[in-house]
Unconditional design. Structure first.
Length: 312
């Protein structure tokens, strides 16, 4: 099979042996695979794949058709349209995935949308509801509202009746973010728009002090991105005074049981909203597999709304 391959921080297309599904696994013929910030970090040597996953083939999400069922796999039939988050290896013509991590692709979605859905919607849903306990009527602040996770979080929060404010650095994207259901504002001076019950932090440490300042009593800060920095100072007295909670999360290294649970929650609570039209996957651009290097450069350039997706 052909796959995106990282060699000394270069993005290449190389031939690899076809993977073989093990017990409970499915071989998926990949039709689309989204790019994520983790892929950019892996390219720079800062975020290696966990043990057991391909170390040189990036890709944390994919969508495609079931090609072969491994021993004991029975959730899907050959030819079924499926999608999943994976720990690596998604940006390839073929990939093996445990059947419990797989989800059916909603009928309303084409391949690029399906390929750009699993990572960002699972991340946003897990952070907002499973961990931060966002409730109807609460106020949510999303830092980095134009990215894949940001656009997913805005839509998910609006779907349950939360009120959403999103910081968007590029002025030309704010109108599009607002169309998703958020008040789109500049990152500077966001404290004037509070207080907020939940803050979804996708930028990192530079926002830490002001986040705590603008947090409502009993508020929660969910940290799932640190692109602008990972270390910052925190006033613990202020944290105590507001009875606030800060937590961080990643998906990639979680064990199968936990990933399967996030998939079932998404399958039951979120996927029906795509067929009803309540949710969508904003796709900024698609690139064929042979142009993967250009796709990575487009991602790194910023200024996009939603996802960059490789199509196969």
């Amino acid at each position: 099979m052909r796959a995106v391959t990282i060699r000394e921080q270069e993005v290449l297309i190389e031939e690899h042996p076809d993977p073989v599904p093990g017990a409970g696994e499915v071989l998926v013929r990949v039709r689309a695979a989204g790019l994520n910030g983790a892929d950019m970090m892996q390219r720079r040597g800062l975020y290696p794949a966990p043990p057991g996953s391909p170390q040189d083939i990036p890709g944390l999400e994919l969508a495609g058709e079931v090609a072969v069922l491994g021993p004991g796999a029975e959730r899907f039939v050959e030819g079924a349209r499926v999608m999943a988050i994976v720990a690596g290896g998604g940006q390839a013509e073929l990939a093996t995935v445990h059947e419990r991590q797989l989800m059916p692709v909603p009928d309303a979605l084409d391949w690029p949308a399906a390929g750009g859905l699993p990572e960002v919607f699972t991340t946003a849903h897990d952070a907002l509801f499973t961990q931060a306990g966002l409730r109807p009527g609460e106020r949510l602040l999303v830092h980095g509202g134009a990215g894949g996770v940001g656009t997913a979080a805005i839509q998910l929060a609006r779907a349950v009746g939360a009120r959403v404010t999103a910081t968007v650095r590029r002025e030309e994207l704010r109108e599009q973010v607002a169309a998703l259901g958020a008040e789109a504002i500049a990152p500077e001076g966001y404290a004037e728009h509070g207080p907020f019950d939940v803050i979804l932090e996708l930028v990192g440490a530079p926002n830490l002090a002001e986040n705590l300042q603008v947090l409502a009593t009993g508020g929660r800060i969910a940290i799932i991105g640190v692109s602008a920095g990972a270390k910052g100072e925190l006033n613990l007295l202020a944290l105590m005074g507001k009875r606030a909670r800060i937590h961080g999360s990643t998906l990639r290294a979680r064990p199968l049981e936990e990933k399967a649970l996030t998939a079932r929650r998404l399958e039951h609570e979120v996927l029906p909203l795509f067929d009803s039209g309540a949710l969508r996957v904003p796709v900024a651009a698609t690139f064929p597999l042979d142009e993967a290097a250009a796709a990575y450069e487009r991602f790194a350039a910023g200024g996009k709304l939603g996802k960059i997706v490789l199509t196969l």
